[in-house]
Structures are given as structure tokens and as C-alpha cells.
Ligand binder design. Structure first.
Ligand code: ADP
Ligand code: ZN
Ligand code: ZN
Length: 821
């Protein structure tokens, strides 16, 4: 008897054993997909974990439905990485599987089947019997479930027929109506086989010349292209070059003078002109580059701390050049792929087609293509640029991982599991491949800098901007005083306005940073103080002027703005606080002749949302760009001389142990957008607390001081990196249940960890304690650094098991978040 253990894309920890035939057993390998029945009716796509001959002890294994791959779609090294993720971040291997592969790889029985409106009914006759049955059923019903299809064709294993129907464009799948994977095909033409001989050919030309000169032109053009270019000729290029219509070409095809054929085209094609040669590094960059290489002789992780605009990217580029010359793959991780058009262009300039981008906004098709290129170690994907999830791709021969802007919070995934940190996972990935890691940033995270200080990472620094441009001049403006002296116009101080006028007169551009989107966060009644709340979450709704709406930023709930107070009926409603929209509106009054753009998640939806705004700003169609956080992430604009931070205080007052670190990073990063060429940039920071030490540190560029202060506080209050933080969240619709379940758990933790130095905070309701109608309560564990994390997690798993066995708590969701910061 032969068996396979299968990983299913579900949150259960173990693998499941299925029965296979001897032939199947010898064909199957770890990393291939199989379709397997699960429960009473479900069919899942699973991943073969192990092929063996030991029957399971406690249950009778089912047979598999079908083998879905001819070769593994994931690599052994990848599986090793997944196992680390599952164990470190306390989730199931199946959850990692699900998060890693493009959804096209996960056909499931819950999938709904729809008609594809593009299917041409005339092609009905080409359908096989079983295909036709499904097709017909879809004429009467708009949607079918997999088990319904199963009874229609009277067969259990229906994945093959679904696959054929998909290939023939008869059906679509619901979860991915636009995204079912199908390589894009391009139509090519060549001369028909019967005209291969010279003799036949000259006969043909003679016959065409008299009656059909257009057709003759097409054939002649085809010849001349064939003579100069030794590659396939697409119908499109033939049309263009011969000036003939597609009808003429079709006639030739019908006459079998031309023959059509199709080739698969990768949809990820870029307009590649010439590949540029790399820039020569200046002496600071060269020194950094040499130091990095030197460290790599003995160490694996280097932290490159280079001030903004010091030319870190060019140093990365040199490293990439070296690694790909050795035939190895490079992974380039970025916090936010949508913002990186600039960088992608830069890398493609240097490395041409070797650069692939893995992007969640790309369609499933595009993602599958990149996946396959990487898996096959194609030259096309030798350099992979991507955000967080790119760290889960099937590398086989990785030489270098670059984590750019390593301090960024968005590298950590919060929901759903796996709740991994891409930077830390990247270091593990590199380790598995015996590759090197480079963490780059102008404002290192406290934990990475600490690791560099204690020698776990090596530190390399660049302290000068490229071209010896000075660091921007940062000025703190006290808006409390400005208000008192009546020197504020709306949210603008006289100092900021002064500098803005100067910059605009010089034809320079301005960036204004406001850490909040929407017009004004909340609407408040002047009579009774009521502000409209989200019905599903425990938060006030945010006012959006543009749509005249109140919206919830947690669940997306929206309602039209009320004219009177919902509580007391008063019509005296006021807006409190301010966001990017209001800044934009004020600017239009202050500078009516100037073009103002806004960049926040409201204006940048859609695949090319960011690109449009960034390009418009680059092309100087926009003079003043107002935006949120997004503006801080590594953008390189040539003509920006002034940056304004509208209000630094709402950064500092955030209830989080990293608020000060984050404020420093944000201010330095946004300031770093100013004066990147020749002229020294100016930054005005408006604040009620100009003497706040973090603002002082940020304005004077004193990272070392910030680090010293922060690390002391962390040591004193037992925060990471001195402890490991695990957050356990309890979630349920019933308030009492959340309370009881979390107290039970807390008691268990107290008992189990009694003898250790592990500290527990909570159970506590978070600031927003109800989201989408579910109550949340948190327990935070701080385990001492010297305590084995494996043991801590093992103990938690045991508690979890007992907890799950209590019937009353079974419906409470428990979420583990390791390194929850
Ligand atoms: P960072 O990533 O450190 O913020 P960048 O790599 O974006 O800095 O460099 C800042 C600017 O200086 C970019 O416009 C870049 O093209 C330019 N630059 C950096 N290094 C060089 C070099 N060696 N030669 C020419 N230009 C350079
Ligand atoms: Zn009221
Ligand atoms: Zn809500």
C-alpha cells in the first residue's frame, strides 16, 4: 500500500494521509499538487508533503481524486522556509501554502462556476458531451457549485472537465472572474507549407500580381521581414509593415497561402530600449560597497545605514550585477510595490529583461508567470522585485536578498495568517540558500540597529548625500505661538507660507505631509458633542468632503453626511481635526493659480493610481503634492525644494511603544524628499511641541541619540529587542464570551508561565475594541530574550489545545501574532 501526506490550505496544523496506487506513488514527488476529497463534499487542492508506505493509525485514508502537476510547483528549500514560518509565527503549514501560491493554483470545491460571456455560441459544436452538459446547465442557471457540476456530469472527478471548459472560455470561476490563469497567446504567420519550394512560390507571386496586388504586397513584406529578422512574425507587425488590413491577411490564411500559429507571450513585457551601463560609484559609495563585500566573506547580514539620497540604490545595483554574474538569483524586497515605478524603471534600465516584478495588483496570470520563471530559474526572473509576499516565491538558487527601507512597518503581515515579518523571513530564506542579506535604510529600525551594535549584523554607513548635496535644513515652527499671535491662515503658519511662496517663485515643487486622510476625521455636534459612530465598529466615522460622506476606515461602512445631529437634532455640526483633503481645499484658496495634487489611499486606488500621480509630479504638472505616509517611501523627485509637515504631534501621540521611533523615521524620510539635487532643501515642521526631544533629534539628524534613548526605554520597560512579544487576540460577536474566554486563557498562562520571567499584559480591550461587529480582547506576552522561544510557543500550543476542547469557547477565534509590532 502507498500513501501520501498532503498539506491542505486550511488552518489545521497537521498533514492528511491519502491512499495512492503504486504507479501514482512512483510518479508523485514532494511539492506536486493533488486534488483530494475532504470532509463530506469538499475537494481541495493539496500539496504532496511526503510519499510513504505507513498507513495512518486512526482513520481509513481516502483516495486522491487527481494529480494536478507533472513536476513540483514548489521547491524543497521553499518547503523548509515554510516550515520555519509555520513554527515561528504559530500557524499551519497550510496557511503558509495558501499565502504563498497564486490563487490560480488552488482550485477548490467551493469555487463557483459562471458562464463566460465571451464564449461564442457558434463554437458550441466543438464541445465534448460532458462539456456541453455543463454549458447547457449554465444557460438556465447563472451559477453552479462544484458538486452540482458533479451531479450534472454524473462523475466525482470533475476537475478535468472544468479545466477544459476554462481553456475553451466557456466558464469562469467566481473568485477570480478576471483572473483564471491562461498564458496570453500571440498570433503569428508564416508562408504556407505548400509554397516552400521556389517554383511554387514564383507561381504564386505571378498569380497574385495580376489580380490581387494587396495580397502580393503582404507576401512580399513577409519575405523582406523574414530576410532581415530571424524571429517569428506576428500578425500585428505584418499588418503594420505591409499596411494591409487584417481582412487581406485573413484571405491569405483562408487560401492557405499563409499559415497562422500561436505562441505564448509573457504578459510582463516592458518597453525596453537600450540597457544603460551602471553608474560609477563615488568614493563613499565605493567604500560602502567594498566594506559590504568584505563583511560577506565572514558574515551573512549587513545593515547599510545611508542617509537619504546617499545613493544606496546604486550600491544595491552594483551588488546585483555581481551576484547575477555568478548565475544566482536576487530578491529585492520593498515595503510598497505600488510606489516603486521609479525603481523598477531604474533596474530595468540596467538589467533589462532579467527583472521581474511580483505584484499583488497584477492579475493571477501575471503572478503565475513570474512564479514559473522563478521556479525554473529562468534568466527572465533572475532579479525579482516585490513587496512582502515575494519572500515566499520558489527560489532555487538565491544569491542575495536586498531589503530596502528595512524599517518599514508594512513588511509585517497582520492579517490573515501567516503573520510574518518579511525582513526577518528574508534573512531566514537567505540562510537556507546560503545567500547574503543586505538591509538598507536611512533610518534603521531600533531592532536592526541593535543587532548591528551587538555584532549579529555588520554595519556599513554612508553619511553624505550623493553629489555632496547638504542634508535638508529642518526648521521647527511652534504653531501654538503662531495661533496666539494670529499668524495662522487655516492650517498654514506664516513661516510655511513664506517658504512656499519663495519656492513657487523659483519654479520649484513642494511636498506637504499630513498623516491622515479624509477631509476631517470626525464630525462633532456643537450642542451635545455627539459624533456619528460606525454601526459595526467602535470608532467615529471619518468625514470625506469629496463625496460628502462619513466613512469607517476599519470596515468601509459609509453614509451620507447628515445635516443635523443624529442625537439632538441640532444643525450646528463642526469638523474636528484635519486631513489631506482639507489641506488640498485650503491650498486652492491660498494659491488659486497653482496645481495641487493629492496622494493618499483615496486617490491611488487601482493598478496605476500611484503611477499617474507620481508621473504628473515628476513631469511638473503638479506644483504642490499633498499626501500621507505614502510620500515617505523612497521617492526620488528632482525639483522638490520644500517639504512641509502640517502637524507632527499626531505622530508623537500615538499609543504605541514605537511611536517615537516611527515619528523620527517618518519625519526624516519625508524630509529626505527635499533638495536631492544641488540646492539645499528646506523642511518646515509645524508642531505644538517644538521642544519635544524626538522632534529635536529628527531636525538635527541625530539618529544615534534617538537610538540611545529608545534602547534605554525598551530595556527599562521590557520591550523588544529585550523581550519577545506575542499578542494573543480573542474575537467573538458576544461581548461576554470574549471576556470569559480571555480570562480563562490568562489564568492558564499565569499557571504555566508562573516559574518563568514571562510577563503578561491584559486581557485588555484595544483602543478600537469592536471591528465588523466582533469584540476584540488582547493578551500580550513578553518573554525574556534568553528564554527559549520554541518552549514558549510549545507551552502556548498546549494551552490552546485545552482551550479548544472547552465547548463554550470553541466559537471564539484565537489569533496568535508573534513579534506583534
Ligand atoms: P538613496 O536610495 O540613498 O535615497 P538614491 O540611490 O536614490 O539614494 O540616489 C539619489 C540620487 O543620486 C539619484 O537620483 C541617483 O540617480 C543619484 N546617484 C546616486 N549615486 C550616483 C552615482 N554614483 N552616479 C550618478 N548619480 C548617482
Ligand atoms: Zn447633538
Ligand atoms: Zn466600521
Amino acid at each position: 500500500m502507498h500513501f501520501i501526506d498532503v498539506v491542505l490550505p486550511i488552518p489545521l496544523e497537521k498533514t492528511f494521509t491519502y491512499l495512492v496506487s503504486e504507479k501514482e506513488a512512483s510518479f508523485l514527488k514532494t511539492g506536486m499538487r493533488v486534488a483530494v476529497p475532504f470532509g463530506k463534499t469538499k475537494i481541495y487542492t493539496g500539496l504532496v508533503y511526503r510519499v510513504h508506505q505507513t498507513p495512518p493509525e486512526t482513520y481509513k485514508p481516502k483516495e486522491i481524486d487527481q494529480i494536478l502537476d507533472e513536476a513540483p510547483i514548489i521547491t524543497p528549500l521553499q518547503l523548509k522556509q515554510w516550515e520555519w514560518i509555520a513554527s515561528y509565527y504559530m500557524c499551519s503549514l497550510g496557511e503558509v501554502f495558501k499565502a504563498s501560491v497564486p490563487t490560480a493554483f488552488l482550485l477548490e470545491s467551493e469555487t463557483l462556476i459562471l458562464r463566460n460571456e465571451n464564449f461564442n455560441p457558434e463554437a458550441e459544436t466543438t464541445l465534448a458531451d460532458d462539456e456541453w452538459l455543463v454549458y447547457e446547465a449554465l444557460q438556465y442557471q447563472s451559477m453552479l457549485k462544484v458538486h452540482e457540476v458533479s451531479s450534472i456530469v454524473d462523475r466525482k472527478n470533475i476537475l478535468p472537465v472544468l479545466k477544459r471548459l476554462l481553456d475553451k472560455n466557456v466558464i469562469q470561476l467566481k473568485e477570480e472572474v478576471y483572473e483564471q490563469y491562461k498564458p496570453k497567446l500571440v498570433r503569428y504567420v508564416k508562408l504556407g507549407a505548400s509554397y516552400a519550394s521556389d517554383e511554387a512560390l514564383s507561381k504564386l507571386l505571378a498569380s497574385l500580381s495580376s489580380r490581387a496586388h494587396k495580397q502580393r504586397d503582404v507576401v512580399m513584406t513577409l519575405f523582406s521581414i523574414e530576410a532581415t529578422e530571424k524571429k517569428p512574425i506576428s500578425v500585428k507587425s505584418l499588418e503594420e509593415k505591409s499596411g494591409a488590413s487584417s481582412a487581406v491577411i485573413k484571405t491569405l490564411v483562408d487560401k492557405e497561402i499563409l499559415e497562422e500559429y500561436y505562441l505564448q507571450e509573457d504578459r510582463l513585457q516592458f518597453d525596453l530600449e537600450e540597457v544603460s551601463s551602471l553608474k560609477d560609484l563615488n568614493s563613499y559609495q565605493t567604500e560602502a560597497f567594498d566594506e559590504i563585500l568584505n563583511h560577506y566573506k565572514t558574515d551573512d547580514v549587513v545593515l547599510l545605514h545611508g542617509v537619504t539620497s546617499s545613493g544606496k540604490t546604486e550600491v544595491y545595483v552594483k551588488l546585483i550585477e555581481k551576484v547575477i554574474a555568478e548565475g544566482k538569483q536576487v530578491l529585492y524586497l520593498l515595503p510598497e510595490i505600488a510606489l516603486t515605478t521609479q525603481l523598477i524603471k531604474r533596474l530595468q534600465d540596467y538589467f533589462g529583461e532579467k527583472v521581474s516584478v511580483y505584484h499583488s495588483k497584477y492579475s493571477v496570470n501575471e503572478r503565475v508567470e513570474v512564479w514559473n520563471h522563478i521556479l525554473q530559474a529562468n534568466e527572465k526572473a533572475q532579479i525579482v522585485i516585490g513587496a512582502r509576499s515575494a519572500v515566499l516565491l520558489p527560489f532555487s538558487n538565491l544569491g542575495l536578498v536586498i531589503v530596502d527601507e528595512e524599517h518599514e512597518v508594512s513588511f509585517k503581515q497582520f492579517d490573515p495568517a501567516p503573520r510574518y515579518h518579511a525582513r526577518d523571513t528574508a534573512i531566514v530564506l537567505a540562510n537556507i540558500h546560503k545567500a547574503k542579506t543586505l538591509l538598507g535604510t536611512a533610518t534603521p529600525s531600533i531592532e536592526s540597529y541593535y543587532n548591528a551594535k551587538i555584532g549579529k549584523y555588520k554595519l556599513v554607513e554612508i553619511t553624505r548625500r550623493y553629489g555632496d548635496v547638504l542634508m535638508p535644513d529642518i526648521e521647527l515652527t511652534d504653531i501654538k505661538e503662531k495661533h496666539r499671535k494670529k499668524r495662522m491662515t487655516g492650517h498654514f503658519s506664516d513661516r510655511l507660507l513664506e517658504e512656499m511662496k519663495l519656492a513657487l517663485e523659483e519654479g520649484e515643487q513642494i511636498i506637504l505631509f499630513q498623516n491622515r486622510r479624509g477631509f476631517a476625521p470626525i464630525l462633532e455636534c456643537n450642542t451635545c458633542g455627539h459624533s456619528p459612530q460606525c454601526p459595526n465598529c467602535d470608532v467615529s466615522l471619518t468625514y470625506h468632503q469629496y463625496k460628502n460622506q462619513l466613512r469607517c476606515h476599519y470596515c468601509g461602512y459609509a453614509m451620507a453626511k447628515q445635516l443635523t445631529c443624529l442625537a439632538c437634532g441640532s444643525s450646528e455640526l463642526d469638523t474636528k481635526g484635519f486631513g489631506t483633503e482639507q489641506i488640498e481645499a485650503e491650498l486652492k484658496e491660498l494659491f488659486p493659480e497653482v496645481n495641487v495634487g493629492r496622494m493618499d489611499s483615496d486617490t491611488t486606488r487601482g493598478k496605476h493610481g500611484y503611477e499617474k500621480i507620481i508621473t504628473a509630479f515628476e513631469q511638473q504638472e503638479i506644483d504642490i503634492l499633498v499626501g500621507t505616509q505614502m510620500l515617505t517611501k523612497g521617492l526620488d523627485f528632482r525639483n522638490v525644494s520644500l517639504v512641509g509637515v502640517m502637524n507632527a504631534d499626531n505622530l508623537l501621540n500615538f499609543p504605541d511603544f514605537r511611536a517615537h521611533e516611527r515619528s523620527f523615521q517618518l519625519i526624516q524620510q519625508v524630509a529626505g524628499r527635499a533638495g536631492r539635487t544641488k540646492k539645499r532643501g528646506k523642511v518646515i515642521i509645524q508642531t505644538y511641541n517644538p521642544y519635544h526631544q524626538v522632534l529635536q533629534q529628527a531636525s538635527l539628524n541625530r539618529y544615534d541619540e534617538l537610538f540611545a534613548d529608545q534602547i534605554n526605554e525598551r530595556r527599562q520597560f521590557k520591550y523588544p529587542p529585550f523581550t519577545r512579544m506575542i499578542k494573543i487576540t480573542f474575537k467573538h460577536k458576544d461581548y461576554n464570551k470574549v471576556n470569559e474566554a480571555s480570562s480563562w486563557y490568562a489564568k492558564a498562562v499565569n499557571t504555566v508561565f508562573n516559574a518563568t520571567k514571562t510577563e503578561m499584559l491584559g486581557p485588555e480591550f484595544p483602543p478600537v475594541s469592536r471591528i465588523r461587529n466582533e469584540y476584540l480582547k488582547n493578551i500580550v506576552l513578553k518573554a525574556p530574550q534568553n528564554q527559549s522561544t520554541v518552549q514558549t510557543k510549545e507551552a502556548l500550543r498546549k494551552i490552546d489545545k485545552t482551550f479548544q476542547a472547552i465547548a463554550a469557547y470553541r466559537s471564539v477565534r484565537v489569533i496568535y501574532n508573534v513579534d506583534a509590532y
